[in-house]
Write a protein of this length. Sequence first.
Length: 95
Amino acid sequence: MDPVTHAASGALAMLAMPQRPATRWALPLAAFAAASPDLDILAASGPLQTLLLHRGITHALAAAPLMGLLLAILARGHILLEDIPGVGKTTMALA
């Protein structure tokens, strides 16, 4: 998929949620989150380099936590941590 389709799919996924976040940034952040693996094309200087860099580290599973951290920073810490009680979610979020 191209970056526009990635962003549109993220926005549509957010709109399809039965209980969406009530913030005005939810939809743009969902679109950006879906398109974020394609940020590697910004480093390319030409068509050949675009093909060589695309589907690189930003599409790897190891990059997912880093992309999530970047998006959490952009969202100014408005993240949702779901887990069982007592595992330190609040401590981690306040750190």
